[in-house]
Design a protein. Sequence first.
Length: 271
Amino acid sequence: MSSLPEIANPQRKPYASDLSDAEWEVLKPLLPAPKGFGHPVEVDFREILNAIFYVQRTGCQWEMLPHDLPPYTTVYGYFQKWQRKGIWQQIHDQVRQKLRRELGRDQHSTVAIADSQSVKTTGKKGEVYGFDGGKKVKGRKRHIVVDSQGLLIGVVVTEANAPERLGAIIVLDEAKEKLSRLEVIWVDQGYSGKNFANAVQQVCGEQVRVEVIERTSQTFEHLPKRWIVERTFGWLNRFRRLSKDYEVYSEVSEAMIYGSLLRLMVRRLAI
C-alpha cells in the first residue's frame, strides 16, 4: 500500500489526492508569478492545488470541500481565474513537454491519435448540450487528440450530436503549433473519407496522412495503435468529477480535463 504524501499544512491529515513534496517542486515554478504590486498574496498555492485535485479526484461539489482545506470560494476563484486565462492548458503543456523529454521523446510528436467520448450531463447545461444518437447519450462530447504516449495534445468539448470529424479538425487547428513535426494521425472508421483527410492536410500540412484503423470483427477487438487513445479515456475515468460533465460551461469542462491529466503527469515525473 502506498503511503500518503507529506503535506504543507501539518494541522491536517493528508488526502490521497494531495501533492507530495516532489510533485509540488514540479508545479511550483510553473504557477503564475505575483504581480509585484497591490495587496500581497497570502494564500498557500499548494493547498489551493490540493483542494482542486481533491474535487477532481472525488467528484465532490465545490461547497462540499472539507473544512481543513482552504475555503471553497477561494479555491474555486483560483480555478476559474486560471481557466479564463488559459493557465491550466499552459501548465499542462509545459509538464507534457517535460515528461516527453524524460521519456526520451522530442517535445513535438510525429504521431497523433484522435477520438471522441460522449458523456452525460446533469441536466441541460447551457447552450452546449445535445443528443448523440449513435451512443444514445444526452449531453456533451469530448474530442481529444493525443500523442504516441497517450498524452493530451488538445481537447474541445461540444454538444453530444457534434460530428466527430469536425471536432477533431477544431482540436487540430487549435493545437497546430504543437504539431509541427506531425506525420500521421490514427483514427477509427468514424473519421474515414477524403474530406476529413483533406481538412487535416489543410490544417496540419500536406505531409500529414490519415491512417484509418479498421475493425475486422463485430466483437471486442484489441486494435493496434487505437488502444492508446482509449487508455487516455481510461485515465480520465480515474477522476470522478469527469464521470459526467458537471460543468455549466464547456470551457470549464476542458480545464477540468487538462487539470486531471496534469495531475497524472506530475505524479509520473516525481517518481
